[in-house]
Design a protein around this ligand. Structure first.
Ligand code: FAD
Length: 407
């Protein structure tokens, strides 16, 4: 079956906090924007029952409620949504392709907002009990089903301890497997103090999971004490894993630059190593992975895409045009030498209208255009003939030199 091809200005892969924010910015800039999400719009934030640190909600909010507001706002600005999995991408060249089961979406810009997925323990039997068979990664989703029951939480970071405390509102007992010595946890001190004084929480120190055991459903988690190798079987109704996340970057391997852990490397404009491809949120190599920082990334990428597309348009249709000879003046308004040369350039602009295409590029405002021309020094003149760069004049910019170049 031949796949249909649809064209957009920008395609966003992933509909979590970062992708939705990028969508809001792109949609509001009137770019034709598509957001593709493979499971639940809202992403990882919908896993958490309570978000207390997102500004603007002094009473806190639920992850689901907050993401619903993001979703509504993106739809208001005309973002198209497709609920499907991106299978592969082709990011070479000016037009990028994003492929799903049924269609190929083409766009000049792609924003990768694919976040992360929960890390597994790798213990024996794990694969047989994932999701609806007893191993969960989402307290919000599965807490109510564990009302009056016993659950095991694996991990001691913020997510593990905060979600563990949330589970005590439903379960009778929440046992926490902690890798560290007694009293040591990876979470913040406030969460730690609250958890240690919670009568429904019990801690099993210095342990990792050795095996998951059960028939149809999980029944026992066998923990192993890493100090003396003793095995501790714990009968549970469910087990919640909160031991970190891995980036969803498999489909970008060999195309986008990543760190050793597979997280995408970007600069502060959220640009990856490939022109026209941006990355935002938890999928990036960054210091703090939270909703607030995902939102910041998304806003920056939305703005960067808008600039990138505007510059692409100027570069192709104005600078590299082949209808007539062209002069590109790269300058910086605060540089006196650049300002001195401006009358000469404007003389050409006025005297040769319709014969020579003159473009002025302020490198402070349009660094991307200077980069495309490979120029990092001003003042500079680039002459264009037949849609190609003919000469780069950096030293001795004067009327004679210009006249000789343009003819
Ligand atoms: C239990 C828990 C509690 C948390 N608590 C807080 C908190 O209190 N405060 C806070 O600020 N942060 C919290 N966080 C962190 C916060 O949720 C994340 O930092 C944030 O959700 C990251 O957003 P994102 O858009 O980068 O990624 P995600 O939310 O992970 O979204 C990425 C999306 O991309 C989709 N996707 C991936 N691959 C593809 C593909 N090939 N095709 C299509 N779609 C794809 C995924 O399905 C997913 O929906 C918590 C996280 C967890 C797990």
């Amino acid at each position: 079956m031949e796949k249909k091809i649809e064209k957009y200005d920008v395609v966003i892969i992933g509909g979590g906090a970062a992708g939705l924010t990028a969508g809001i910015y792109c949609g509001r800039a009137r770019l034709k924007t598509l957001l593709i999400e493979k499971s639940l719009v809202g992403g990882l934030a919908t896993y958490t029952n309570e978000i207390e640190n997102y500004p603007g909600f002094p009473e806190g909010t639920t992850g689901l409620g907050l993401m619903d507001l993001f979703h509504k706002q993106a739809k208001k600005f005309g973002v198209d949504f497709k609920l499907t999995d991106v299978k592969s991408v082709n990011l070479d060249g000016e037009i990028k392709q994003v492929e799903t089961f049924r269609a190929i979406y083409e766009a000049k810009a792609v924003i990768v907002a694919s976040g992360g997925k929960p890390r597994l323990t790798g213990a024996k039997g794990e694969d047989g009990f994932l999701y609806d068979k007893g191993i969960s990664f989402c307290a919000t989703c599965d807490a109510a089903a564990n009302t009056g029951k016993t659950v095991l939480v694996v991990g001691s970071g913020d997510a593990a301890i905060e979600e563990g405390m949330f589970l005590t509102k439903f379960a009778d007992k929440v046992i926490v497997s902690v890798l560290h010595d007694e009293g040591k946890m990876d979470c913040n001190e406030i969460a730690k103090a609250q958890a240690l004084s919670n009568p429904k929480m019990e801690f099993v120190w210095n342990t990792v999971v050795d095996e998951f055991v059960g028939e149809e459903r999980l029944q026992t988690v066998v923990l192993k004490n890493i100090k003396n190798n003793s095995l501790i079987p714990i009968n549970v109704d469910s087990c919640f894993l909160f031991i970190g996340y891995l980036p969803n970057t498999e489909i970008f391997k060999g195309m986008l630059e990543m760190n050793r852990g597979g997280y995408l490397i970007t600069n502060e404009k959220m640009e990856t190593n490939v022109d026209g491809v941006f990355a935002v949120g938890d999928v990036r190599d960054k210091f703090l992975k939270q909703v607030a920082t995902a939102v910041g990334d998304g806003a920056i990428a939305g703005y960067s895409v808008e600039k990138y597309l505007a510059e692409s348009e100027i570069f192709q249709h104005q600078i590299m045009q082949s209808e007539m000879p062209g002069i590109v003046y790269l300058w910086n308004a605060v540089d006196p030498k650049c300002r001195e040369l401006l009358p000469l350039i404007e003389k050409y602009e006025n005297d040769y209208q319709g014969k020579i295409k003159v473009t002025k590029v302020d490198i402070y405002k349009s660094a991307g255009l200077a980069n495309r021309l490979g120029i990092n020094q001003v003042p500079c003149i680039v002459t264009i003939k037949d849609g190609k760069v003919d000469r780069v004049i950096i030293e001795n910019i004067c009327e004679e030199e210009l006249a000789a170049s343009i003819g």
